[in-house]
Write a protein that binds this ligand. Sequence first.
Ligand SMILES: C[S@@+](CC[C@H](N)C(=O)[O-])C[C@H]1O[C@@H](n2cnc3c(N)ncnc32)[C@H](O)[C@@H]1O
Length: 261
Amino acid sequence: MTPPGAWSTAEGAASWQASLAQRQQSLAFVTELLFAQAGIGPGVRALEVGSGTGDAALLAAARVGPAGSVLATDASAPMLEVAARLAREAGFTNVSTRAVRAEDLDLPPGSFDAAISRNCLMFVPDLPRALRAVRTALRPGGRFAASVWGPLERNPFHGAPIAAVRRRRAIPLPPPEVVQAFSLCSRAALADALRAGGFARIRLQSVPARRSARDANSLPSSRCWDFSRRRSARRPGTRSPANGPGSPPRPDWSCLASSSS
Ligand SMILES: C[S@@+](CC[C@H](N)C(=O)[O-])C[C@H]1O[C@@H](n2cnc3c(N)ncnc32)[C@H](O)[C@@H]1O
């Protein structure tokens, strides 16, 4: 099965990597919290689920140092090829990659001290199975921290274009990958999924991820944005529906969950 959206192709991976600077800025705070909650530090053996092109994996590799290790996993081989190349170019010898769906992770029990997942869990079709696999891979007491997008109404970057398109009745629904992206946006859904995966002592927090309209322009081949730009083409001179040029950027919100195995 291919991952949703354009992530399964080399072109999609290149496009994702092209928006690295935007992610580094908007997700810096979320990433730091993920590391802190999971306990990413020197000597830690870390697992990442849905690494994409590896931005968080490489940051984690620097944190865990030569005594630690990072296994970056993702359903998309092209995304991980970028991650592996970047790791090589940066001289990391403690990063390995494995193209595998989260549901199919089959790692030696207790072989990781910590696990993280940034904005991937909502796309995993069989999430309880995937979370059980993560939990099995963690040593007793090992921690897992994951972020997902918060509610649509608190995410103007994604929510406002979708609302604008809906107002015009150009389409009845946003495309499936957009719906899917918000499938864990309720705190209860995220906590339930973690519990079903066998995790305990679950902690949830809302985290701001600041973005602006300029960020949308840095995602040239994102299907979601192509779709919303096409369908909500505005009259010349009118403003973007959210975070428009000149307006102060409003934060999007992520929900971050951490729990122990
Ligand atoms: C929104 S991107 C996030 C990528 C990366 N974590 C980041 O923050 O840049 C979602 C990622 O989840 C991956 N993905 C989707 N479904 C997956 C699954 N079932 N198992 C593992 N990875 C999956 C995609 O290939 C993609 O790389």
